[in-house]
Write a protein that binds this ligand. Structure first.
Ligand code: SF4
Length: 252
């Protein structure tokens, strides 16, 4: 059964006001309606598998860089330091050198060192497997206490690798979600996380996140979105089209 949400007309002069008028239950229905369309369009990959500390460092390296640069930096990091114990005792310069392709290597290397030192001190072991025994909120609190880990990175760890119902709002999700009318225009990225956690059903959090990311990369691009070939064209509110956004990547 198709669930229809009637798009409101939004003028350029009051996009924020109009966007904010939509009720949360309407946005929840819009999420389901979008998912009905996107589900048939994109093949959603399986959730990735990796040791949690590896996953965390990969997520930290992925901030504000391309997938390719992140992959190269992470591979170099793993090649250079076969065990995280070696990285913990290595010099900051060695760590910086390993992850240089990701950019901002000084600050990223410092954060990795800090996280390793903290784990050694508090858990006597350089891994994050203990997170599997924590309830979701406690695991979130722990991750947010780590240097360089914000709500987006923590949500990725929790959703992708632990299967907890947290919805990450990256730059694509933030842009596409606001244009669609799923995310109110007035919300900053942190509030957008809380909002998406409420309006996206738990069993759709992973596939809908992935679908929005793929849609943002291929169709609803930051510049020149391809509305004419978009499967969401007739239900999209097209809120603030043309506004500069992309702030999600700077949150962490
Ligand atoms: S209709 Fe346009 S703005 Fe809306 S989701 Fe599709 S490409 Fe993006």
């Amino acid at each position: 059964m198709s669930i229809l949400v009637k798009p409101s007309s939004i003028s350029n002069t009051s996009v924020a006001d109009e966007s904010d008028r939509m009720r949360e239950d309407e946005r929840r229905m819009l999420v389901l309606q979008c998912w009905e369309r996107l589900e048939g369009k994109y093949k959603i990959p399986e959730r990735p598998k990796a040791p949690l500390l590896d996953a965390l460092f990969r997520v930290l390296l992925s901030q504000n860089t391309t997938d390719r640069n992140c992959d190269v930096a992470f591979s170099r990091l793993k090649e250079r330091f076969r065990q995280w114990e070696e990285a913990e005792t290595a010099s900051l310069e060695d760590l910086e050198e390993a992850i240089r392709p990701a950019g901002m290597s000084k600050i990223r290397a410092s954060r990795i060192k800090e996280i390793l030192a903290l784990l050694k001190e508090t858990h006597k072991s350089l891994d994050l497997e203990f997170l599997k025994k924590l309830d979701p909120e406690s695991a979130l609190d722990f991750l947010l206490s780590l240097p360089g880990v914000g709500i987006k990175s923590a949500s990725v760890l929790l959703l992708f690798y632990l299967g907890h119902p947290f919805f990450p709002v990256d730059t694509h999700v933030y842009r596409v979600g606001r244009r669609l009318g799923v995310i109110p225009l007035r919300l900053d990225v942190k509030k957008a996380h809380e909002h998406m956690n409420r309006v996206v059903p738990d069993d759709l959090k992973y596939p809908f996140h992935m679908a929005l990311v793929m849609h943002g990369r291929r169709v609803c691009r930051a510049r020149n979105p391809r509305c004419g070939e978009c499967v969401l064209d007739d239900i999209c509110q097209k809120v603030g089209l043309g506004l500069e956004d992309g702030r999600a990547d700077r949150e962490d």
